[in-house]
Design a protein around this ligand. Structure first.
Ligand SMILES: [Zn+2]
Length: 255
């Protein structure tokens, strides 16, 4: 649907939507019947081959699944691509049942499904340069959590990140590229480092904490131990993902 096809009363609604509206919409979607993108209960027979059904998987099991996939990716023995076509033919049009959300940088060297060796339908991926928590990114992840039932969110920076380096150097840039910088600068100041990788790690931690602390949807699930939010960094030279802790002082919940 193009914007011209959107009823006038709905046009520009994104620009006037308040945080309360977003939360209300997510809550309404959570209460809606299972149609289209709205996920229903998952039976074992519907889950991707070799993967646990999302109705029973825990946050720790979800994170283990993707880290096992990263190990296969590094070892040069991925398997997910062998399942994709079968999943499309079997049930991709029926809905989605992802287990993990990922907030990744837009960098072309970070192919998220490949990195975690996950097939179609298993990861709910949001991407923006610098893997920063914009309102739209938070809203998307809230949808993944409240409606689709993902069990973990990985906020993943990466080595040699151009957005991080640009924010550190703060050069004259064309267009709206500089709009990324304010969200990355806290990592520059908090880390007190001129090493881009140190800043990248700090940036992933800050935006994982921001996702928890700024979203009642996320915070409630974390407190209930139904969701884990984990910062991480991806090494573009080795393919390895390293998960990072969030310091207790940076989060409103101790879970
Ligand atoms: Zn990047």
């Amino acid at each position: 649907m193009s914007l011209s096809e959107v009823p006038p009363e709905n046009q520009n609604s994104c620009c006037r939507t308040s945080r309360r509206d977003i939360i209300g919409a997510v809550a309404a979607l959570a209460a809606a019947p299972a149609i289209g993108l709205v996920a229903g209960p998952v039976r074992a027979a519907e889950a991707p081959s070799g993967a646990a059904p999302t109705e029973t998987i825990t946050p720790d099991q979800a994170l283990k699944e993707i880290m096992d996939g990263n190990a296969r990716f590094i070892a040069g023995a991925p398997t997910a691509h062998t399942k994709d076509l079968a999943i499309i033919k079997a049930r991709a049009a029926e809905g989605q049942w992802p287990i993990v959300g990922v907030l990744s940088c837009a960098d072309s060297r970070v192919p998220v499904e490949m990195v975690f060796d996950e097939p179609i339908g298993r990861l709910f991926v949001t991407r923006v340069a610098g893997n920063i928590t914009t309102p739209e990114i938070i809203a998307s992840l809230e949808y993944g959590i409240a409606v689709l039932g993902i069990k973990a969110v990985v906020v993943m920076g990466h080595s040699n990140c151009g957005a991080i380096k640009a924010a550190m150097e703060n050069p004259e840039v064309p267009g709206q590229i500089s709009a990324l910088f304010p969200a990355i600068l806290p990592a520059v100041y908090m880390s007190g480092s001129d090493d881009p990788m140190v800043v990248t790690r700090q940036n992933a931690v800050i935006h994982a904490a921001t996702l928890i602390n700024s979203s009642p949807v996320v915070e409630a699930k974390v407190k209930a131990r139904e969701l884990k939010v984990v910062p991480a960094v991806y090494d573009v030279a080795t393919g390895k993902v390293e998960m990072l802790p969030i310091p207790p002082a940076m989060r409103t919940t101790s879970k």
